[in-house]
Ligand binder design. Sequence first.
Ligand SMILES: CC(C)(COP(=O)(O)OP(=O)(O)OC[C@H]1O[C@@H](n2cnc3c(N)ncnc32)[C@H](O)[C@@H]1OP(=O)(O)O)[C@@H](O)C(=O)NCCC(=O)NCCS
Length: 205
Amino acid sequence: MSDLSTRTTLPLPIETERLVLRPYAYDDAARVLDIHGRLDVIRWLGDPPFTPMASLEEARTWIDELNALPETDLRCVGLAVEVRDTGAVAGTVMITPCPNSDPLDLQVGWHLHPDATGRGYATEGAKALLDAAYAHFDGSTPARPLLGEVWCGMYPDNHGSAAVATRLGLEDLGIRDDPWYDGDSHLFRTTRDHWTGAGRKRPVR
Ligand SMILES: CC(C)(COP(=O)(O)OP(=O)(O)OC[C@H]1O[C@@H](n2cnc3c(N)ncnc32)[C@H](O)[C@@H]1OP(=O)(O)O)[C@@H](O)C(=O)NCCC(=O)NCCS
């Protein structure tokens, strides 16, 4: 059975006004399949080829891999974004390793089911995750390694995702050669000082 709670040291769940960010469980596999089985969602995630998820078994494997993220680096975590009012899973927010980075670079990411967009859930969920991660991963003990720089990259034409990054107040580095993925990306970044400091613009809502 997939179980994140024994692996991450981040206090969970993370709660916001409208959302509960909590580990995925196998009970969520059908919803995961419904999200990752859609080309219009997965075509924005990572490098091609884009192969939609096709089975509940693949969904459970995805859940296992997400829940194993802290084993790669304790600061990494992937969480289901559950809507408090309905109990429905809107999508995922996560802090993950940037591919092939050594020393490890970290990135924040998000994706929603199309039926959950247009409500601010990605921005609200990602803000809560970054707030919690920067508060917890402060370098005070080995279980709480310091979270410093966090990157966020997207396809240059992913205007919806760029709008999330902008609403979060991430630093906009423009479109440039992506250090971790093929081709150019629209890159954003934050740091501990930037995220927790007064300089960062707050989300519009
Ligand atoms: C990228 C993605 C998460 C953006 O979703 P989103 O719903 O547009 O983003 P948010 O959750 O922040 O919602 C913002 C929208 O909700 C609206 N909104 C409605 N009610 C709101 C509320 N109470 N609070 C905040 N925003 C609200 C905002 O006006 C905004 O709409 P607009 O873009 O038409 O102005 C989504 O399109 C997606 O999952 N895409 C596919 C995967 C993907 O691209 N992931 C990112 C890879 S880098």
